[in-house]
Design a protein around this ligand. Sequence first.
Ligand SMILES: [Zn+2]
Length: 118
Amino acid sequence: MEADLKQINYAYMSTAPARAEMTAQPTPAPAPAAVMVLNANAAPPLGHEPQRMTCPSCQNVMQTRLAPRANKNTHLLALILCLTGLVCLVPLPYCLKSCRSLDHYCSCCNQYLGKAVN
Ligand SMILES: [Zn+2]
């Protein structure tokens, strides 16, 4: 027992670099696991028409409700119209469907389901 302790101390005191070499054994790096996530439940992209789908929240089969919403491009266009002196045209981007994004909501529980893909 004492001899073992002495050996350990001796090895620690005198051969620290050698010990570091011993501990730095080349460990095989774990091979990066190829992770491929496939979402089998991925919903199809939502279009610009109401979609018939199953709500992931209330599980009802329903027709989605569309709600146009002003996005950053709408505000940017309004700002540009304002800065160029066309103040009377500022409400135009907020009225045009093409300048706003469409959000799909569940018609039963009003759960947000996604944005229409352009
Ligand atoms: Zn729902």
